[in-house]
Write a protein that binds this ligand. Sequence first.
Ligand SMILES: NC(=O)c1ccc[n+]([C@@H]2O[C@H](COP(=O)([O-])OP(=O)(O)OC[C@H]3O[C@@H](n4cnc5c(N)ncnc54)[C@H](O)[C@@H]3O)[C@@H](O)[C@H]2O)c1
Length: 506
Amino acid sequence: MMTAASIPPDTAAVVGTGAMGRGIAQVLAQAGLRVLLCDAAPGAAGKAREAIAATLERLAAKGRIGPDAAREAAARLAVVEAIGELGPAQVVIEAIVENLEAKRGLLRAIEDIVAPTCILATNTSSLSVAAIAAACRLPGRVAGFHFFNPVPLMKVVEVVEGPLTEPAAALALVELAKRFGHAPVRCGDSPGFVVNHAGRGLVTEALRILSEGVAPFEEIDRILRDAAGFRMGPFELLDLTGLDVSQPVMESIYHQFYEEPRFRPSPLGAQRLAAGLLGRKSGRGFYTYPARPAQAETARTPAERPARVWVSRALPEFGAQAAQLVRSLGGRLDEGARPAPDSLCVVTPLGADATGCCAAEGLDATRVVALDMLFASGRRTLMTTPLTGAAARVAAHGLFASDGVPVSVIRDSAGFVAQRVVAHIVNVGCDIAQQAIAAPGDIDRAVTLGLGYPSGPLAMGDALGPARVAAILDAMHGIHRDPRYRPSPWLRRRALLGASLLTAEE
Ligand SMILES: NC(=O)c1ccc[n+]([C@@H]2O[C@H](COP(=O)([O-])OP(=O)(O)OC[C@H]3O[C@@H](n4cnc5c(N)ncnc54)[C@H](O)[C@@H]3O)[C@@H](O)[C@H]2O)c1
């Protein structure tokens, strides 16, 4: 039975007028809809109306919108005291407390008041849309409409289709989102939907690198910002969101996917949450707030240089690039098939660690450093084996920083920092595509708009080359023997076929 209205709604209701409800009501009113505001707390809807009107006035004062537009939008907001007054609404969006029984009870009660064609949308972040819809008489008209905070600035909304949602209801929300200028992303009713699912890659892998003692958190942030292009490092991001929010989301998504190792949270997060190190809101997280003036990241660039540099040709392309770099930095290349006794030995792994490369070529570990040639612009990463001597480490640092490009020196890690984090993000994105939770282009759109990444996970994988990403994961999988790093079939097939990760099947 078709229940959703096919004509565009002119009256919407927002139930629950907290942080999210206010933002949703604002964008709806600005798009020309009449908006009924309703909240269970006495006076809350009225306060929300005043707050939205004040926001609109501020936008007009700054010249972002016209004064008439601000006045007219505010005039479209109407406070209703009880859900009994929601009859005229053609679409209801609930943004009440994140509690399944509360949402089920509310939507079921609203059904008795609104027309059978009224669409019922839930802004839930973590509950199953199906479980909410199942309480309704007409579950086909129930869909997720998942916004991000702050709603007017975060211009993406996930339109979530549960197994009972009728396509027409989802399509009506897609059209509605376009009216207020948000990018609608259609997705399945799966834990974390797209954005919160895709977002598991960056932070869980960064915590894992930290817990392996590979590098301090600030260094991991620097590498991911400078070499991989993220606007914020994962530890800055955790501090911004607050561990009281992030840790439960990490645990919930992990458990909802029945302990899928790709999403395994780190004990570090739980410990720090227990210690109250929440982030900005508590004054201390990974960093301390208010932030101290930027500190020089490392004391100095060493003046030492290696006498000669031998570069491994195990990966010919990276080897040739590394040799060229050594030359351009004025280093003396050792062109021998085997390194001379005084040569620094540079290996250029893809997904492997320095130790593995050293052992594979029978090199003297005390003189081996690994250089990340995949993420080599903006910042260079050097990695040591457990036996690399200080002299080799310092000389390599001095040489590779001599043109002013900053260098991070880290301990041995399968895939350095940037390779392993980016490969993990790409793999999680690929598996979202494999599970058909959303179309490939929509996955990338949701991630760039919802998480602010430089590009979506599939485009990120294409830029590196799917075969390389698969090789990184295979190497990491071999070293850790952890199914966390098994490549998604979506990635493996496209890597083997030389196809773009954005390729969907006909
Ligand atoms: N805050 C975010 O970043 C964010 C992002 C996306 C989705 N969400 C989801 O949006 C919803 C609301 O989140 P929020 O951050 O705006 O919460 P909030 O606490 O700021 O606001 C919730 C509002 O709902 C009202 N309310 C609670 N129970 C009610 C009921 N039974 N009937 C009517 N009103 C009721 C409360 O009085 C309050 O005004 C939750 O489902 C949350 O998971 C939040």
